[in-house]
Design a protein around this ligand. Sequence first.
Ligand code: GLV
Ligand code: MN
Ligand code: MN
Length: 416
Amino acid sequence: MTSIASNLQIDSARLWGTIHETAKFGATPKGGVRRLTLGDEDRQVRDWFKTACEAAGLEVHVDTLGSMFALRKGRDMTKPPVGLGSHLDTQPTGGKFDGVLGTLAALEVVRTLNDAGIETEIPICIVNWTNEEGSRFAPAMMASAAYVGDFTVDDILSRKDADGVAVADALDAIGYRGDSPVGRQRFSSFIELHIEQGPILEAEGKTIGVVDSGQGVLWYDGKITGFESHAGSTPMRLRRNALATLSEIVLAMETIAKKHGPNAVGTIGEAVIAKPSRNVIPGEIAFTVDCRSADAAIMDALDKDLRAAIGEISARRNVEATLDLVWRKPPTHFDPKLVAAVEATAKKLGFSHRRITSGAGHDACNLNTKIPAAMVFVPCKDGVSHNELEDATQADCTAGANVLMHTVLSLAGVAS
Ligand code: GLV
Ligand code: MN
Ligand code: MN
């Protein structure tokens, strides 16, 4: 690498500025962001991103699931590019950094290379993946999953949100059903920068997390059917209460996850009473379950224990309960050579670092099943994410973006 490239630093103020500029698309009163995938705020940030990428000289194309690809040419265009990026959609009460940091740091890397007049040997390509969050349409990370062939494109296009709107219609509504076939844009490798979304780096005073693995995920849709009846006149012993049943299931989930801990977590994040009324005993409830572990055997045990608990609780309470597995993502083991490249870069740049397992799912986890992938983490305040209070320091975001840039340069090579 030439010395100009080896001393290169991203523009910290410019990166920080873009993070805060895009946070206005879906800004919430508490300082967070609500930018559900394929909604109008998502269209606004996508338009902003496309304009910024084109202004940086990138060729932008959009695939049929709306993922955006922005290509910076390299000297050898016969080689697939090094991919970098993340996502710009957020949770309903999300923060300014989850996904945004990785996508805008990728843009910042390109802007920095442009300013320094650096051409890479292999092209590089920034990606904004559609629907990483999975809160409007399930599953999470659906576009990168289709990219690697885990789902068909038609299956994903037909997935519906809670209002019955299909992905295909939501894409058309914001003008982002592109014409590039899913999977056409090839990559030689993929690197994603992200906030940790957990407490480890901050607690240990480390700047960079070298992500070598990621938890597997089990997502379920559940339903409990009891019997609606009068809240005043139905004796306690005759009730078939769906909400009381769910309460026991919620506590059972906690007990099961703790039993398999520390390497297991389990959450019931959504529960909807079918026809809620103050003086009616709840008769029907739909709920979701999210269980995770980095150990495949523990994932199997979580599944077995949860099904057994639901069976026992519902039989005892004389209600019907169903639990449908809607998504199973095995644990991720990132590409050892790429992980070593991230580690070597963090070391070379003089940042404190440690290996870490990702608690959250990421598009890089999907990509890793087909191409070498790795991730760079930076700390976030109090380990909080999926919350409007999510925060990270400018210095840590800058450090992460510099590790991203120099890892990409080590993979793409500087044309001499
Ligand atoms: C994605 O944000 C996840 O649920 O891990
Ligand atoms: Mn994310
Ligand atoms: Mn997220």
